[in-house]
Design a protein around this ligand. Structure first.
Ligand SMILES: Cc1ncc(C[n+]2csc(CCOP(=O)(O)OP(=O)(O)O)c2C)c(N)n1
Length: 609
């Protein structure tokens, strides 16, 4: 199986051929009558939805009844935010859209964070929300809220369905829009009386779908002139870097990326969203760039003469101060979303298109072209790698655990193919830095929005999508407290995820900033290591739970956790709150002002090159 194939052989970006869809019943001879609610669930079945994450309530109630008769699995969450992140986790690892279904008002607003998260990270997702009945809309009815208005800026598309007969078409559109072009979340808001109304079933054909979206035609193929120009710049550049973003994964382009890198010998940085898109153990892999990227990745971009930016959006966490980012580099920028080209950095060669297709076209255009001599560039890169590896202080007996050590042990004990999910904070950066990703779709992360509370529900969604894999969530104690209750969902649904809490008793990342930039004035960041008692809490939620305080216990307890497969597991690792994430580019500073670990530069002053 190619790295970019879905486990079931379907592809991410391209609509499936009719043959793989469910057969449309012959409704001309046998018109099928059903309720809007039945049509909604049947439409989900037609879209081959296998699981819906949700929580019912008054307005969506009619849609919950036909679920009892449907093969679709419904996972009852404890909070709607959990449903959204589970849908995201599922989508991250399977490439198929995650589906969340909740009721109106407060349930819909609880879904706003995951929608925004999915929007920022281009995660395909379909959200279905209940709405008050049509005659009540606009009267401030009980649990009425303007869901379409509220979610307009955090969805790729949203729609209030006012005509029950349109349900099947709207569902087809939602799945098409969520998964094609630049993927993203789509929301359907369905009034209760629309769900209760009677309709005659009709499943729209591909032609019906295309006719209903006349202006929507994502560009997949790169412009031939631009492809040629990109190939010229690539072959002539002496200090090129491939800057690979999450779009590589969304377009299932990891295989194509590898081919481009190997054919040209150009080193690759993988952004936080692209971890796993290029194997960390590959000689051309430089790892993660950006605010907490490693020295070599940051500096190679900074000193490059060409950035080949593939499916990436020049996020400020990568560029640092934009005006001083990679000052000598020309830019080839490939993205399916034309709005990304020139948004932050003017590209010399802008290419609108699907990453997989465009990379393949570039590789073809490179055939027969000599590559410039890059010997000196390679030796500069290996010099940086040798001088500035990731580093942390060794453990001192009697002190709390080093979080980086815990990450290394989790990595080294992980069964092959383990999927790693993280929350947001210091632990997220250590997870990305210290894990060795060898396979795409094994890293689940909230990059663009940086959503604390993401990891536990996203891990549950990931495990539902890939039950064959071990799924570890690495979480901070602060993050864990935001959505831990979803472990009740995991335990009752028998979804055996594993959670490693790096419990430093602080909102660690904020503490780090206060230490470095606010003269150690720690304002409102202390959480306590014992309140709550994480072991008792996890046990109360139906999980196996352990506390680990000394380095000797780390590996045996991780191995024990890896062996438990009948319920979720939580490990409370007591980690050192004084640890900081290095290297670091302070916010608003240039990537030239990278702060390395104090031991790598006596006195800890900035390395200015
Ligand atoms: C929902 C949300 N609220 C606030 C923040 C701001 N924030 C970013 S990291 C962080 C601290 C996270 O603490 P913890 O989960 O304990 O992880 P650590 O940094 O200690 O590893 C905070 C508060 C955020 N990213 N998301």
């Amino acid at each position: 199986m190619c790295v970019d194939d879905l486990p079931d052989g379907r592809s991410f970006h391209f609509p499936e051929p009719n043959a793989t869809r469910r057969q449309e019943p012959d409704t001309r001879r046998n018109p099928m009558k059903m309720t809007g609610a039945q049509a909604l669930i049947k439409s989900l079945e037609m879209e081959q939805v296998e699981v819906v994450f949700g929580l019912p309530g008054g307005c969506i109630l009619p849609a919950y009844d036909p679920i009892l008769d449907s093969p679709i699995r419904h996972i009852l969450v404890r909070h709607e935010q959990g449903a959204g992140h589970m849908a995201e986790g599922y989508a991250h690892v399977t490439g198929r859209p995650g589906v969340a279904m909740v009721t109106s008002g407060p349930a819909a607003t609880n879904l706003v964070t995951p929608l925004c998260d999915a929007y920022m990270d281009s995660v395909p997702m379909v959200a279905i929300t209940g709405q008050v009945s049509r005659p009540v809309i606009g009267t401030d009815g009980f649990q009425e809220c303007d869901t379409v208005g509220i979610t307009r800026s955090v969805t790729k598309h949203n729609e209030l369905i006012m005509d029950p007969d349109e349900i099947p078409l709207m569902v087809r559109q939602a799945f098409h829009l969520a998964t094609t072009g630049r993927p993203g979340p789509v929301l359907l808001d369905v009034p209760k009386d629309v769900l209760q109304a009677d309709i005659t079933w009709h499943w729209p054909s591909d032609e019906d779908l295309a006719a209903s979206l006349p202006g929507y035609k994502p560009t997949l193929k790169g412009h031939p002139k631009m492809i040629k120009e990109a190939a010229r710049l690539i072959s002539e550049s002496r200090r090129p870097v491939i800057y690979a973003g999450g779009g590589i994964l969304r377009s299932r382009a990891a295989g194509a990326l590898r081919e481009l890198a190997e054919r040209t010998g150009i080193p690759v940085v993988t952004t936080l969203m692209a971890r796993g898109a290029f194997p960390d153990d590959h000689p051309l892999c430089l790892g993660m760039p950006g605010m907490h990227g490693n020295y070599t990745a940051v500096t190679a971009m900074q000193k490059s003469d060409l950035l080949i930016a593939l499916g990436t959006r020049f996020d400020d966490r990568v560029t640092g101060k934009v005006t001083s980012f990679a000052p000598e580099a020309k830019v080839v920028h490939v993205d399916i979303d034309p709005a990304e080209l020139g948004k932050i950095r003017r590209p010399d060669v802008p290419i609108v298109g699907d990453c997989r297709q465009v990379i393949t076209e570039i590789v073809r255009a490179l055939e027969g072209r000599d590559q410039a001599d890059r010997e000196e560039w390679r030796s500069r890169i290996s010099g940086w790698q040798e001088r500035f590896p990731l580093y942390y202080d060794p453990h001192v007996p009697g002190d709390a655990l080093k979080p980086q050590y815990v990450m290394e042990q989790l990595r080294d004990c992980a069964p092959e193919g383990t999927i790693l999910v993280s929350g947001v904070g210091q632990h997220q950066m250590w997870a990305s830095q210290y894990w060795r990703f060898t396979e795409p779709y094994t890293w689940v992360n909230s990059g663009g929005l940086g959503t604390m509370g993401f990891s536990v529900p996203a891990a549950i969604g990931a495990k539902v999508g890939r039950p064959d894999r071990t799924v570890w969530a690495v979480d901070g104690d602060g993050c864990f407290q935001m959505t831990a209750q979803e472990l009740v969902t995991a335990a009752s649904e028998r979804i055996p995820v594993k959670v490693a809490i790096l419990n430093n008793a602080y909102l660690g990342m904020v503490r780090q900033w206060q230490e470095m930039f606010y003269e150690e004035r720690y304002s409102e960041v202390y959480l306590s290591p014992d309140l709550p008692d994480y072991v008792k809490w996890a046990e109360a939620m139906g999980c196996a739970a352990f506390r680990v305080e000394s380095p000797e216990e780390v590996q045996p307890v991780i191995e024990k956790a890896n062996s438990i497969d009948d319920r979720p597991v939580v490990i409370d690792f007591r980690t050192d709150s004084r640890e900081k994430v290095f290297p670091m580019v302070p916010a608003g500073f240039s990537n030239d002002d990278l702060v390395v670990h104090p031991s790598q530069k006596p006195g800890g002053e900035r390395v200015v090159q």
